[in-house]
Design a protein around this ligand. Structure first.
Ligand code: ADP
Length: 663
């Protein structure tokens, strides 16, 4: 076994690998960029080497520098995690040449699966079933369109070098083909530096079912059951589960054996995933093979009781697989939800920000949180905005799902927008509970999933106001200079009338004036015409409150722009409007015409001077390798664009001058 390994990655996967290495008594070396100087993975590792600037291209993707770090620290092996260099054959080869073990398959196997089209050819020859499609080298748009026309619509365009759903476009008719091809190619070129496309028949209601496979250097190959990853947005997985609901033992065996055949066809070693589309009639088709550990590997670990990173380390060091096929057992059911800094209501636009408050649900035999961040860390524009993976396990799907809902409701994050409410709505929706899964799930059930949590302001506002008052009072004696202190404020608080407090809260896009009368035993809180009688106190950030004999506990988190009060019913974000700062929402309604985040302008879609209707696409920008379309906020005229294609823009920068039409 290795004495020391280097982890060529960051975030949760680096932390995940370090955990297992530590359990096995293997020393670890982390690598880090400028942005990650203080990151969790750096703290967890025994040693860490700085490898460059924040952009991945100048750090985590620099094969030479990472290899040099391994050599200088005398690491025996490199674990690439996923993403970054994990499927880079040249890197695997360079490691081998320098005598450092690459914890992954041989370079040739990565190469064979690196192109989706080449992979399909190999799998076709090995007798693994394929989705009908065009995987040819001739990339003339006319040839691609001809193939699509012949197959019949809908078709799916895929970047052969693609991954993570990028460079992929559905095309529903011949008329759309040309434009879709151009967009997919642009995304592929900027994401992978290669815009070769394949065209596939688009299955309209498939499930995504993938098999975890493992091969060693002694001729053994096994599958560790399957994962259902059908619930996706923009072809990216959102909630994964294992085993796949409704999977028969016979189909599992058939798909498992096909997956092992696929792995053997390329002389595979280590952990791999063979992804299939499972059609409604039970037929399944090879989609691609990922030659690395997957993000969603924990659900397999939970149901098999195995540590897949440990398996990887054992296989890479030359040991045989820990289990034979007939020894693999499935126990219970597991889910994984990917918690992201992103805005589900805005087309899942990736978000950034400081994690002002971060309180995951408590970990136990049933709840596992794989993360690479701590409270106070920044979700930056440089990397994937995943905050954590929440994994739950129980004896049945029903019970595991119950745990998932509870754990999601308990997850508390402030400082950036997250997909937590969206995940909760999804996990508790009837069709998900009933396992009516297919890859169109989110689109089809949008109404059930994309709604804001019902806010009962009449209930929440008095609590928020009381929490704020208590917080201010707690701040006063210790920090007289605190701007939040009532001593500093001019909001009606008077030295000689300490019993009446007036606050203005901004909550849910509105301002509310609140009056709190402090009595000896209680607080009378008045909002509009409603009066509530509360008692309570603040203990650190825990709010203990009682209303009509009903006692509850909440948490008050301070964020960069206000507060979040977490109560069992949900979170309430608010801030205080200080009378002297006046109207708080300076950049109010207009919106939409500023860059949602740092990025690059891709194309301008209308001529300056054009009159447009609400929602007309005006320009496309790219951020975090995804295209985002900026649309007209209403009817009006586009006067000028401030940027041209190729220009870099900062988040928040105004993109164009737009004159709304007269009413
Ligand atoms: P990536 O490597 O970008 O993840 P995949 O080839 O694995 O791309 O496909 C990702 C997802 O796209 C699948 O899980 C599935 O939902 C959808 N998909 C891919 N191919 C097809 C197809 N032929 N028909 C319908 N959906 C597809």
């Amino acid at each position: 076994m290795f004495n020391k390994i280097l982890i060529a990655n960051r975030g949760e996967i680096a932390c995940r690998v370090i955990k297992t290495a530590r359990q096995m008594g293997i020393a670890t070396v982390a690598v880090y960029s400028d942005a990650d100087r203080d990151a969790l993975h750096v703290h967890m590792a025994d040693e860490a080497i700085h490898i460059g600037a924040a952009p991945a291209r100048e750090s985590y993707l620099l094969a030479d520098r990472i290899l040099a770090a391994a050599l200088s620290t005398h690491a025996d092996a490199i674990h690439p995690g996923y993403g970054f260099l994990s499927e880079n054959a040249a890197f695997a080869r360079a490691c081998a040449e320098q005598g450092v073990v690459f914890i992954g398959p041989p370079a040739a196997a990565i190469e064979a699966m690196g192109s989706k089209s080449a992979a399909k050819r190999i799998m076709g020859e090995a007798g693994v079933p394929l989705v009908p499609g065009y995987h040819g080298d001739d990339q003339d748009p006319a040839v691609l369109q001809q193939a699509a026309d012949a197959m019949g619509y809908p078709v799916l365009l895929k970047a052969t070098a693609g991954g993570g759903g990028k460079g992929m476009r559905q095309v529903w008719s011949a008329q759309e083909f040309e434009q879709a091809l151009a967009a997919a190619r642009r995304e592929a070129m900027s994401g992978f530096g290669d815009d070769t496309m394949l065209v596939e028949k688009y299955l309209t209601r498939p499930r995504h079912v993938e098999l975890q496979v493992f091969c060693d250097n002694h001729g053994n190959g096994v599958y560790l059951a399957e994962r259902d990853c059908s619930v996706q947005r923009r072809h990216q997985k959102v909630i994964e589960e294992a085993p796949a609901p409704g999977m028969s033992e016979a189909l599992r065996r058939e798909m498992g054996e096909a997956a092992v055949t696929a792995a053997r066809a390329i002389d595979y070693r280590g952990a791999g995933t063979v992804e299939f589309l499972l059609d409604e009639d039970g037929s399944f088709y090879f989609m691609e093979m990922n030659t690395r550990l997957q993000v969603e590997h924990p659900v397999t670990e939970m149901i098999t009781g195995q540590d897949l990173v440990q398996w990887q380390l054992q296989v890479a060091s030359g040991a045989p697989l820990p289990l034979l096929q007939e020894q693999v057992r499935i126990n219970g059911h597991a889910f994984e939800a990917r918690v992201y800094a992103e805005d589900p209501d805005n087309d899942f636009l990736p978000a950034t920000g400081t994690l002002d408050f971060l309180q995951p649900p408590e970990e136990s035999a049933h709840v596992r949180v794989d993360t690479g961040v701590r409270q106070g860390d920044e979700v930056s524009v440089y990397y994937d905005p995943m905050i954590a993976k929440l994994i739950v396990w129980d004896e049945s799907r029903e019970r595991a799902l119950q745990r998932l809902g509870t754990a999601l409701a308990e997850y508390r994050i402030s400082g950036t927008v997250t997909n937590l409410d969206f995940l909760y709505n999804l996990a508790t929706s009837r069709p998900f509970v009933e396992a009516e899964l297919d890859t169109g799930f989110i689109e089809r059930h949008g109404e059930l999933i994309f709604h804001e949590r019902h806010q009962d302001l009449a209930r929440e506002l008095p609590l928020a106001a009381l929490a704020l008052l208590l917080q201010k009072q707690a701040d006063t004696p210790v920090r007289p200079q605190d701007p939040y202190s009532p001593w500093q404020s001019n909001n009606g608080w008077r030295m000689n009338e300490p019993h009446l407090h007036r606050l203005t809260l901004h909550c849910h896009q509105q301002e509310y004036r609140v009056e709190i009368e402090q009595q000896s035993e209680a607080y009378i809180v008045r909002v509009a015409d409603e009066e509530s009688r509360l008692s309570g106190h603040l203990d650190g950030d825990i709010l203990h409150v009682e209303r009509d004999g009903h006692r509850q506990r909440g948490t008050l988190a301070r964020t960069h722009d206000g507060y979040t009060l977490y109560m069992p019913e949900g979170a309430c974000h608010f801030r205080e409007v200080m009378p002297d700062t006046g109207e708080a929402d300076a950049n109010g309604a207009g919106g939409g015409l500023s860059a949602p985040m740092n990025g690059t302008i891709v194309t301008l879609l209308v001529e300056p001077g054009t009159e447009v209707q609400a929602d007309t696409p005006l320009l496309v920008m790219e951020a975090m390798k995804m295209e985002h379309t900026i649309r007209a906020p209403g009817a009006g005229v586009v006067q000028t664009f401030y940027y041209q294609p190729g220009d870099l823009v900062d988040g928040g920068a105004e993109l164009l001058n737009f004159t709304p039409a007269e009413e």
